[in-house]
Design a binder for this molecule. Structure first.
Ligand code: NAI
Length: 342
């Protein structure tokens, strides 16, 4: 998209055509938590999308400067800033995709679940506003613990009578991005070709890379499988420790989230060949939410991809059974939180 955006700009200038006359899709995207570690680079990356006409940046503080800065980039979207709860409704009106990276990140020694007490309430309040102002939007939840914040969002939307399970996504793209990177490095593969399905959830052992289903087909020793699986599961912690108290993954997360936004916009624009992974309402297992590959269309999830869960190796099957109790508990914790507040 980035290349396409620059290419079309250059072409326009060469031909002396007014940029705004170029026929292009025009979707509105809101980023909630836009002044944060993820929010800023994410907003920059999606500012480059030729599919976006309006980019709305919301935060409780410091968003004016971010928006002023970004608005000078000569890419199509108009950037507007919104600060604090009183401006949230205006930020969300008419928006097609809402991305939520609002909330606190981990520090060394913390699990994602340790963030629950703060982030659960933030996600509840933001999704309440989404339900009131743009109930038909795709909602991308980045705020951790995703295994609980997505069920919270679903409950809030149900309470508001606007829940569409096809349009609510926990963003797990970073797990796939990491799996692809680490596998390509380990096996000396061309990065662009590598695709590893990652299923389950988005925390510790609930992140399950299905290495046996890596494309292109590649064989791993048992030791490699163990090493890679553990590295992919702990990759977030690798960054938290390297940042030593300054936060968690922001740049790779922004990259991954921008990819998910762009895929969503292509689907909204009618592209019939859009596949991504996400933590969504699911019937692939006995859990109500589960991360898997999904096919996206104009109305959100068109189909889940069940074939990834068929023919698992013994290692993967065991890991799948092992993650279920933890994932189930995180989902139930989110649902209980939202129901108690109702
Ligand atoms: P950060 O602290 O740098 O930024 C968070 C931003 O949210 C801040 O600008 C803050 O002002 C804002 N915020 C706080 N309360 C808000 C509210 N009520 N409404 C709107 N904005 C609000 O944190 P960072 O590093 O950007 O991480 C954000 C979240 O993303 C964390 O929960 C983190 O755990 C999660 N994360 C998720 C990943 C994933 O793969 N899904 C990967 C990495 C981080």
């Amino acid at each position: 998209a980035l290349r396409a955006s620059f290419a079309s700009k250059a072409q326009n200038e060469n031909q002396n055509i007014q940029y705004h006359l170029q026929p292009q899709a025009s979707f509105k995207v809101a980023v909630l938590g836009a002044a944060g570690g993820i929010g800023q680079p994410l907003s920059l990356l999606i500012k480059m999308s030729p599919l976006i006409s309006d980019l709305h940046l919301y935060d409780i503080a410091n968003v004016k400067g971010v928006a002023a800065d970004l608005s000078h980039c000569n890419t199509p979207s108009q950037v507007k800033d919104f600060t604090g709860a009183s401006e949230l409704a205006n930020c969300l009106k008419g928006v097609n995709v809402v991305v939520i990276p609002a909330g606190v990140p981990r520090k060394p020694g913390m699990t994602r679940d340790d963030l629950f007490n703060i982030n659960a309430g933030i996600v509840r309040d933001l999704v309440t506003a989404v339900a009131d102002n743009c109930p038909g939007a795709f909602i991308h939840i980045i705020s951790n613990p995703v295994n609980s914040t997505v069920p919270i969002a679903a409950e809030v939307l149900k309470q508001k009578g606007v829940y569409d399970p096809s349009k609510l996504f926990g963003v797990t793209t970073l797990d796939v991005v990491r799996a692809n990177t680490f596998v390509a490095q380990k096996k000396n593969l061309k990065l662009i070709d590598v695709d590893v399905p990652v299923v389950g959830g988005h925390a510790g052992i609930t992140i399950l890379p299905l290495l046996s289903k890596t494309r292109p087909s590649v064989s791993f020793s048992d030791e490699e499988i163990e090493q890679l699986t553990v590295r992919i599961q702990n990759a977030g912690t690798e960054v938290v420790e390297a940042k030593a108290g300054a936060g968690s993954a922001t740049l790779s997360m922004a990259y991954a989230a921008a990819r998910f936004v762009e895929s969503s916009l292509r689907a909204l624009d009618g592209d019939g060949d859009v596949y991504e992974s996400a933590f969504v309402q699911s019937n692939l297992t006995d859990l109500p939410f589960f991360a898997s590959r999904v096919k996206l269309g104009r109305n959100g999830v068109e189909t889940l991809i069940p074939s990834d869960l068929q023919g698992l190796t013994e290692y993967e099957q065991k890991a799948l059974e092992a993650l279920k109790p933890e994932l189930k508990a995180s989902i139930e914790k989110g649902i209980a939180f939202a129901q108690k507040q109702a």
